[in-house]
Design a protein around this ligand. Structure first.
Ligand SMILES: [Zn+2]
Ligand SMILES: [Zn+2]
Length: 77
């Protein structure tokens, strides 16, 4: 298993952040619509971004529907 896969299993974002060196490693969140990704304070800040400022889902547009994706959550899923 790759290092990135391990990171994603633990609920950390494995996306890349353009303009910044290295991986995102931000907390992952999941929306009611199933969209999973990290939250950033502006759009297109990470290749795996799913939420923008104010926890607005980039897929369905819902606000405040994100819940953290934890390691325990992944095990129980
Ligand atoms: Zn990210
Ligand atoms: Zn959504």
């Amino acid at each position: 298993m790759s290092y990135d896969a391990i990171k994603s299993e633990r609920g950390l974002c494995a996306g890349n952040r353009p303009g910044l060196a290295g991986k995102c490693n931000g907390q992952l969140f999941e929306c009611e619509c199933g969209n999973v990704g990290c939250r950033q304070t502006y759009d297109n800040a990470c290749s795996n971004q799913a939420y923008s400022a104010g926890f607005r889902c980039t897929k369905c547009g819902a606000v405040g529907k994100a819940r953290p994706v934890s390691y325990e959550y992944r095990i129980g899923a």
